[in-house]
Design a protein around this ligand. Sequence first.
Ligand code: BGC
Length: 384
Amino acid sequence: MRRKFFSLATLVVLASLFLAACGQAAPTAAPTAAPAAGSGSSGSTALAVGIVLPTKDETRWTQDEARFKDALTKAGYQVEILFSEKDSAKEKANVESLLTKGVKVIIITPVDGTAAAASANAARAAGAKVISYDRLIRETEAVDYYVTFDSIAVGAQQAQYLVDKAGDKKGNPLYIYAGAATDNNAFIFFEGAWGVLQPKVADGTFVIKNSSEATALASKATLTRDEQAKIISQITTDWAPATAKTLAESNLTTATAADKGDVFVLAPNDDTARAIGDTFAADKDVTSFVITGQDAAPASVQYIIDGKQSMTVFKDVRTLVDDAIKAAVALLKNEPPASKGSYNNGKIDVPAIQSPVISVDQANVKAALFESGYYNAADYKNVP
Ligand code: BGC
């Protein structure tokens, strides 16, 4: 299962870049020294890269932390990883603290994509490069690169799962939920889902039960960002299970028994899916529900095995970490990282690389998550 993250050549480059950084070289200095391979294995070597992640409260981000540490320490490098506790002010303080320590590249997953522009600007002013990691930093030119999953595919796979389960039956009640409006990904996931769901709402397969804005826009195949924002404002979970639960409860209180029965639920990620799913499961008028998710969070993998969550979208964090490290190495050399396309952040087109995602349910959970070596089956109960 273990992918080798660093080739010998990469190690040499990283080591030499570190030496350049240690020597207080100018930010643009190219590596000059190339110590023998493995010279970083003492663990005392520091990488000129800092990482800022949004919260420790979600396994999604502690997994990223673990994978970064795994990849970097195996290569003999130290890296500083800071968490922002879902607070943009804390995030900015983290970035400033890393800049004070002289990091040359900051890898950051913003709590709030637009608020993080100030941190990106500070990094650029200090001569550091910025990699937007998983979530896009918006409304600034100071983003050098974006490492992401194919987020349109995330939403499309969630929606396709619902469509496939609905089959030819018409009039299926559909409840839709989204991520945080401060997270650009929430828009991209929703856009991906809308592209698949909208024709099925227009043809009567689904009837949206919890968003008057979505119902009003049901004949539009493509939505503007403002239109998406209107819908998301009614269905946001804020990426918080407690908010998701409260919203689902409120939706089910408003809905009549006729709006329930066999229902379909677009849930944006695993942590909110479990909260929403538990709420639907507790409603006596809900006879069955199909519910989506995202992340292959360990608790949701168990829910899928147990039949309490229908599917998740597996995003292999190892690939993202690998891409981010490759990009950091390129930027440290003042080279453009390999990119495939770009994402507009409101100010510029940010060169990006996006990795594929996999739809996982009971049928392929074993192959995708256990046999692949991503998770250890011994940590789960009743693995098929
Ligand atoms: C990430 C998801 C995550 C969510 C909540 C999104 O930006 O892409 O993987 O579940 O944030 O943290």
